[in-house]
Design a protein around this ligand. Structure first.
Ligand code: CU
Ligand code: CA
Ligand code: CU
Length: 347
């Protein structure tokens, strides 16, 4: 387990970045872009060979079917829950969330023993409209006590904090969180059990999107990107970084977008152990809406930073076709997995 990370760390930093950004990926970028990240089963056996271009710098992504994580599928997977109408005319949304321990192959030969919501890292992206009534039936099927702590406005008893209300949910126990969807914005939920850092870093987090009551101006393409890290060898530092759970995935399977289309990205930083994460795009600028709680952007830029738990909406259009990198502007994170491409198809 240590050798993979050690080998990565031993690669000279600058050449790693360059290799991945240029030659390493040109070999298969064209072929892999449109097809799929949904690879499972037999396709996974090709991981070692099809990613030979990475061998020189010991990076590369594990195919989703083998890793157990598909960041491309997670991009546009918004879980709106089971809906029904309440007597007062409001919408009730109900989700069943189960905490389960699950292993993932997050990098070639590196198994990460995750703690998850519904078997995923990140957990499901829960979507609601402002004012909806929300009910989250949480069951802890893991081996440790956990909670679901939502960012949002709610009563103390529904906060998922140990010692308050139901507090810690022991293995085998269940609890139903109930509150209203407010305020609108791009939020998150995560476990709040102590010790907090490992409970989050093991994988217990997900996006929580509250759409304004009147909606936002329509986007042509809407997606969620959860920035995370993996501490695979103990201590209090990460050996890998990613967007939507799998290091280097979007290098091998670029995010497919259309020229001129309005792309809205809900960007959420759940990274533990490192205080600041960032998002940078090549060849373009974006409007940024901190926390998504306002309808007017605060910034027009190509780089933003987020501390732990910080999030916001990135909106942009790509004026030209082609492949454009996006990555953490902290080079170390990028070299350890937090980099990818948008592939812009001609309109
Ligand atoms: Cu926990
Ligand atoms: Ca570590
Ligand atoms: Cu939080």
């Amino acid at each position: 387990m240590l050798s993979g990370a050690a080998a990565l760390a031993a690669v000279p930093a600058f050449s790693t970045f360059q290799a991945h950004a240029s030659s390493g990926h040109d070999q298969h970028g064209g072929g892999s872009g449109n097809t799929a990240s949904g690879n499972t089963g037999t396709a996974t056996s090709a991981a070692a060979t099809s990613h030979a271009g990475h061998a020189g710098f010991a990076g590369g992504s594990v195919l989703p079917g083998r890793a157990g994580i598909d960041p491309t599928a997670i991009l546009r997977d918004f879980d709106r829950g089971k809906t029904s109408l309440l007597p007062d005319g409001r919408t009730l949304r109900v989700w069943d969330i189960v905490a389960v321990d699950k292993d993932f192959e997050i990098a070639p030969g590196i198994t990460f023993p995750g703690w998850t919501y519904n078997g995923r890292i990140p957990g499901p992206t829960l979507w609601a409209r402002e004012g909806d009534a929300l009910r989250i039936n949480f069951t802890n099927a893991g081996a440790h006590p956990h909670t679901m702590h939502f960012h949002g406005i709610h009563t103390a008893g529904m906060d998922g904090t140990p010692g308050i209300g139901a507090g810690s949910i022991a293995p085998g126990q269940s609890f139903t969180y109930e509150f209203d969807a407010t305020p609108f914005g791009t939020h998150l939920y995560h476990c709040h059990q102590s010790p907090l850092a490992p409970h989050i870093a093991k994988g217990l987090y997900g996006g929580f999107i509250i759409e304004p009551r009147e909606g936002r101006p329509p986007a042509d393409d809407e997606m969620v990107m959860v920035m995370n890290g993996y501490n695979t060898d103990g201590g209090d530092d990460n050996e890998f970084y990613s967007v939507n759970g799998l290091p280097f995935h979007f290098m091998d399977f670029p995010v497919q977008v259309k020229q001129h289309a309005l792309v809205r990205i809900h960007l959420i930083n759940v990274l533990e152990y490192d205080p600041i994460n960032s998002f940078h795009i090549h060849g373009n600028f974006f409007h940024y809406y901190p926390t998504g709680t306002m309808l007017t952007p605060s910034e027009y830029t190509d780089t933003i930073s987020q501390v732990q738990g910080q999030r916001g909406i990135v909106e942009l259009r790509f004026p030209f076709p082609g492949k454009y990198m996006f990555h953490a502007h902290k080079t170390e994170f990028a070299e350890l997995g937090w980099m990818g491409f948008f592939e812009v198809g001609a309109a």
